[in-house]
Design a protein around this ligand. Structure first.
Ligand SMILES: Cc1cc2nc3c(=O)[nH]c(=O)nc-3n(C[C@H](O)[C@H](O)[C@H](O)COP(=O)(O)OP(=O)(O)OC[C@H]3O[C@@H](n4cnc5c(N)ncnc54)[C@H](O)[C@@H]3O)c2cc1C
Length: 278
């Protein structure tokens, strides 16, 4: 959507169309876990009893951790494909851009789909290249981390595109605040133990928000020290509560937080759960 390849209505589905027959959909958010009593507390203080529980509420997007971002997101050239409704704005900005400065950011790990911050850059650069305007656009990739991608084998192929598009790589650069009206972004720059702050101007900026476990998960008795649901990485069974499983971005198996991983975890949980239920 952010590169105009898909229209929003091609990518969206209603939740009801995904609920399998025979499953009762309770249209209420979970507010808290009561694992000692095998109960969930729902919004509105209703409780639900369970024999087995599978927890997969995903990851929280922490937009507010970047000062000034919420106020300016969706205008002033500030966009993010991490919001479904803003991906079309990314595409609008990409099409309008003919010259100027563009920044793509990546927050501290872990984030869902660690490739997405770069994907936005490559797809945008590809469009500008085809339009013949890339040489008039200064592209910066500002990554909090110290490497282009966590899996080393992929880095050479990605570097080919970084070089092809002439993008500037800035490692150790964490976006901390943004001023949409002035079109400036402030980065905390780590060089060893030394911390400095750098202000960069932009005409367009694609922001990936910092991410963390959802609040109601972090505050629960189900989590490890970092706030992720604490599972055995082979079985995906909770380490303390044997009738609880978890899959997806919210738990602490050491895989990347991606749909590709969640897809492979689902059959593991299903198989083990069926076995438990005899
Ligand atoms: C821009 C972008 C690009 C991506 N590209 C890729 C890609 O190319 N390949 C890839 O593999 N992955 C990609 N991902 C990552 C992928 O979307 C996630 O890793 C995946 O969706 C995680 O699945 P999940 O089921 O754990 O969480 P989610 O898909 O986030 O689902 C969590 C569900 O829990 C529900 N929920 C949350 N809180 C509560 C509550 N309190 N009570 C009840 N329900 C609740 C939510 O409504 C939601 O339905 C991308 C992500 C983004 C944002």
């Amino acid at each position: 959507m952010g590169a105009g390849v898909f229209k929003p209505d091609q990518t969206v589905k209603t939740v009801s169309s995904l609920i399998p027959k025979g499953v009762n959909w309770i249209k209420s958010a979970v507010a808290a876990f009561l694992p000692e009593e095998n109960k969930l507390l729902l919004d509105g203080c209703r409780t639900v009893q369970y024999e087995h529980l599978v927890v997969c509420p995903g990851i929280k997007l922490d937009w507010d951790k970047i000062e000034g971002l919420t106020e300016t997101l969706g205008k002033n050239g500030v966009t993010s494909n991490y919001r479904f409704d803003l991906a079309p704005y990314t595409w609008e900005l990409v099409q309008k851009m003919r010259k100027g400065k563009v920044i793509f950011t990546q927050p501290p790990m872990p984030i869902k789909c660690a490739g997405a911050p770069q994907k936005a850059m490559y797809l945008s650069c590809d469009y500008w290249n085809k339009e013949g305007v890339l040489s008039d656009i200064e592209v910066d990739f500002c990554n909090t981390g110290a490497v282009l991608f966590g899996v080393k084998d992929y880095v050479p192929a990605l570097m080919e595109y970084v070089e092809k598009y002439g993008a500037n790589l800035n490692f150790g650069h964490q976006l901390v605040s943004i001023n949409g009206n002035e079109k400036t972004a402030v980065f905390k720059v780590m060089d060893g133990n030394k911390e400095t702050f750098v202000t960069k101007e932009f005409d367009m900026i694609h922001v990936v928000p910092p991410q963390s476990p959802p609040d109601f998960v972090r505050a629960s008795p189900l989590v490890d020290e970092a706030g992720w649901i604490d599972v055995d990485q082979s079985t995906l069974r909770h380490k303390k509560y044997p009738n609880i499983y978890s899959a997806g971005d919210a738990m602490n198996a050491p895989n990347a937080k991606t749909a590709a991983a969640a897809r492979m975890q689902a059959p593991v949980v299903a198989q083990n759960l069926l076995h438990d239920r005899g």
